[in-house]
Write a protein that binds this ligand. Structure first.
Ligand code: SAM
Ligand code: SF4
Length: 358
């Protein structure tokens, strides 16, 4: 046996798969339509599957990341986004893994901002945002920042994220985002029974102190430990009750069409807002306008897709835009009607949230 390089020939989920052809009217529309009457307007682009945290509900401590060779290059990411904007995408959100680990994030932002989608946003764990980074991202054209924060208690934060960061650092990051001239960032917490549901009112209190929107997300079966169980889901209604007991709320409804969050304001007129994202107890699949592309170039029409479509071979081969467009239109047509978490025979996708792009 020679000493050669490790063989990367093992076939992975979705490698090389092409979607079946969508009907002619979908192609004629030059839009990404699905077979259930929805149109894609919102693109989630994962820049990396790597992360400096190991959140218990997302990533294994001994996770194996994709080899860097398999990840899309910046030119390919930008090209894909450009084609998607040409097909009607209005919002682009950069995510991961942890997108701030991408070595060329500022360049990615600058080149995507030049596409002039209505909205360019970033979701981050908030641990890697210096004033200089934020200034560079703002200057490059980033529109909005969303930060994840599941606990304010030092020990609990450490136990959930299994990171060297701290809640205080993340809260300071949120303040820095505002000082850098961005609109107030949204903060997100995943609420898990027995882990942090008792802290929901404290997190809502932070929304008041900072004058920001705090969004609470129901735990979804996308965890690497495959420990998800319905009993661990804290329903959106209960989250609202817990906050309402301490800070009375007034409903504001679902603010934007296809917005995932239902929103509340504080009855005493305090600044800040509460959002609840309840995919498990109140699915919003009927209004979904999202499409996800993973860091290795797989198109996932649904967060819960069990099939995904591999665009990388076309990008690597330098295929013309027309072919990329057709591929995206075909892939979108396969978008499933709903996530099916509550149906019998529900199958958790092979990829975890971190490998999909949340
Ligand atoms: N690393 C960044 C972060 O944490 O914000 C961006 C990627 S992360 C996968 C995006 C979002 O997905 C985060 O708000 C995270 O809390 C959420 N998430 C991860 N696993 C989840 C799960 N099993 N259920 C619900 N939300 C989850
Ligand atoms: Fe990393 Fe975000 Fe997943 Fe936490 S939720 S492990 S920060 S990708």
């Amino acid at each position: 046996m020679g000493m050669g390089l490790p063989v990367l020939s093992e076939r992975r989920f979705g490698d090389g798969e092409r979607p079946p052809r969508a009907p002619a009217h979908a192609h004629a529309s030059r839009r990404m339509l699905d077979s259930h009457g929805r149109t894609i307007r919102d693109l989630r682009l994962s820049l990396t599957d790597r992360c400096n945290f190991r959140c218990t509900y997302c990533m294994d401590p001994d996770v194996r990341f994709l080899p860097k060779l398999r990840l899309l290059k910046v030119d390919q990411i930008v090209r894909l986004a450009r084609v998607c904007v040409g097909l009607g995408v209005e919002k682009v959100r950069l995510t991961g893994g942890e997108p701030t680990l991408h070595p060329e994030l500022t360049r990615v932002i600058r080149e995507l901002a030049a596409l002039r989608a209505d909205d360019l946003a970033l979701t981050t764990n908030g641990s890697r945002m210096s004033d200089a980074d934020l200034a560079a991202w703002k200057d490059a054209g980033l529109g909005r920042v969303t930060i994840s924060l599941d606990s304010l208690r030092p020990e609990r934060f450490a136990a959930i994220t299994r990171s060297g960061s701290s809640a205080a650092e993340v809260v300071e990051g949120a303040r820095r985002v505002m000082r850098a001239g961005f609109s107030p960032p949204k903060l997100n917490a995943v609420v898990i029974r027995g882990t942090n549901e008792d802290e929901v009112p404290d997190l809502a209190g932070l929304a008041r102190d900072l004058g920001i929107e705090f969004r609470f997300i129901e735990f979804m079966p996308l965890d690497s430990a495959r420990a998800w169980d319905r009993s661990m889901v804290v329903p959106g209604d209960e989250i609202i009750e817990r906050i309402n007991d301490v800070y009375p709320l007034v409903p504001l409804g679902r603010v934007a069409h296809s917005g995932t969050a239902e929103e509340w304001g504080f009855a005493d007129g305090a600044p800040g807002r509460i959002g609840v994202i309840a995919p498990v107890t109140r699915p919003f699949c009927g209004a979904c306008s999202r499409l996800r592309i993973t860091a290795d170039g797989k198109v996932r029409p649904c967060l819960f897709s069990t099939r995904e479509w591999d665009l990388k071979p076309l990008l690597d081969a330098g295929a013309p835009d027309r072919e990329i467009e057709e591929f995206l239109i075909d892939a979108t047509w396969t978008k499933q009607a709903g996530h099916g978490i509550s149906s019998e025979g529900f199958e958790q996708p092979a990829r975890t949230m971190s490998a999909i792009g949340g």
